[in-house]
Design a protein. Structure first.
Length: 78
């Protein structure tokens, strides 16, 4: 069942930018807001093994110890 959402106290400049965006996309403001919400709510699909391997190659990792060192350095930064 559809639900009505409401956003209170939206700044005028934000609303105007949304209206401009809606006009560029030939939508009403409501239609544009729904499109933005739908895009934000889409679940990301899990990465494929091929995509993961490509990321590992981009990082230049060749051994498990290199990967562990990278993770440790990242953990220590945060």
């Amino acid at each position: 069942m559809p639900v009505t959402l409401s956003i209170k106290n939206a700044p005028d400049h934000v609303v105007q930018r949304l209206r401009d965006r809606a006009q560029r996309h030939h939508r009403s403001l409501q239609g544009e807001l729904l499109a933005i919400i739908e895009a934000a709510a889409q679940q990301e699909r899990p990465a494929t093994p091929h995509e993961i391997l490509a990321e590992v190659r981009k990082l230049g990792l060749h051994t498990p110890s290199e990967a562990a060192a990278l993770l440790r350095a990242d953990r220590d930064r945060g």
